[in-house]
Ligand binder design. Structure first.
Ligand SMILES: *Cc1c(COP(=O)(O)O)cnc(C)c1O
Length: 356
């Protein structure tokens, strides 16, 4: 069977070139006679992989020298807890913007560990800067630049003065250039736009490290991981290696600026197809429509099953919307070729013609 166009929200599509390279290297990495997943994380082979991956990510995102990059486990969900444990005391509170399902999860976790104040909300549009009820004494301001389920993406970076910005970039990291220096902490589960599941990347400004509250478990202390180069314990080596292959692929493609151009074009084509029909719709305000996750519904929801079945048969898979939203969702991360979006758009037009 040939490769399909996989629109899964996560774990998600990986570049075919990356998978081919992983296949070539799987039994014998660079002549060492072993797979990279069989060697010590402290040996010279993996050290080279780990260092190159970090260097490439730093180059791709232009990460300033006063930021540490960590390759951790526990997913983005683990960061929901690590952030309050490390960045706020039990007496302090933190500000959170609530724009959907992942914001809610982050807020709920913070509330287990301290006070989390919701300072702005939105579901079909993000709150504007002037609508945010920010607290100057907040330990940090957390938000979700791209809500993977709702398909809602911030079109601006909130301004919070001296309060560090903490962002869950799981589903839009590396999709466009960003100014890392605007943020205190950026984290992203790998399985959307970086690589396979099992890895979460955290980029943290150095002055925010070393403040874990008393009683924080060793594995949840950023300082431990920063001081040990993410190798306090055994890291997820194969996921780290594959992330490195993705970073290398991104560099060859022209980096995040080139990606942004393609991503914008891919998203524009899909939204144009949705807006240009009475059969498909998307509820998000145009300015906050995600470039990465495009939810849409059919005017006749009773046809959802038929749409999915026929799309699948046409090699367009994993289009079922999140159970909380219904309808469809097309995740079009960096690794989704433009041809995949073109194929989806023409399938949608054809389906509409036959069933509308
Ligand atoms: C997928 C996702 C998560 C959850 O990631 P896990 O690695 O499964 O914990 C959190 N936030 C956002 C924005 C996501 O897209």
């Amino acid at each position: 069977m040939s490769r399909v166009f996989n629109f899964s929200a996560g774990p998600a599509i990986l570049p075919e070139e990356v998978l081919q390279r992983a296949r070539e290297e799987i039994t014998d990495w660079h002549g060492c006679g072993m797979s990279i997943m069989e060697v010590s994380h402290r040996g010279k082979e993996f050290t080279r992989v780990a260092e190159q991956a970090e260097a490439d990510l730093r180059e791709l995102m232009a990460i300033p020298d006063n930021y540490k990059v960590m390759f951790l486990q526990g997913g983005a969900s683990g960061q929901f807890a690590m952030i309050p444990l490390n960045l706020m005391t039990a007496e302090q509170s933190a500000d959170y913007i609530d724009t959907g399902a992942w914001s809610e999860r982050a807020i709920a976790e913070a509330k287990l560990l301290g006070k989390a104040k919701v300072v702005g909300e939105g579901r079909s549009a993000v709150p504007r800067q002037h609508e945010l009820a920010l607290n100057a004494d907040a330990a940090y301001l957390h938000y979700t630049p791209n809500e993977t389920i709702g398909g809602l993406e911030f079109d601006y970076i909130p301004e919070a003065g001296d309060v560090p910005l903490v962002v869950d970039m799981s589903s839009n990291i590396l999709s466009r250039p960003i100014d890392v220096s605007r943020f205190g902490l950026i984290y992203a589960g790998a399985q959307k736009n970086i690589g396979p599941a099992g890895l979460v990347v955290t980029i943290i400004r150095e002055d925010l490290i070393g403040k874990a509250r008393p009683g924080t478990p060793t594995m949840l202390d950023y300082k431990i991981h920063a001081d040990n180069g993410s190798m306090y314990n055994t890291p997820p080596t194969y996921s780290w290696y594959l992330a490195g292959l993705v970073f290398d692929w991104l560099k060859q493609k022209g980096g995040v600026a080139a990606m942004a151009e393609i991503n914008q074009r891919k998203a524009a084509k899909l939204y144009a197809a949705i807006d240009g029909s009475d059969f498909y719709s998307n509820p998000v305000a145009p300015i906050n429509r995600s470039w990465m996750n495009v939810p849409f519904t059919l005017a006749k929801p009773e046809l959802d099953g038929e749409f999915l079945k026929q799309a699948d048969a046409a090699g367009l898979t994993s289009l079922k919307g999140h159970r909380s939203v219904g309808g469809m969702r097309a995740s079009i991360y960096n690794a989704m070729p433009e041809a995949g979006v073109d194929a989806l758009v023409s399938f949608m037009a054809d389906f509409e013609q036959r069933y509308a």
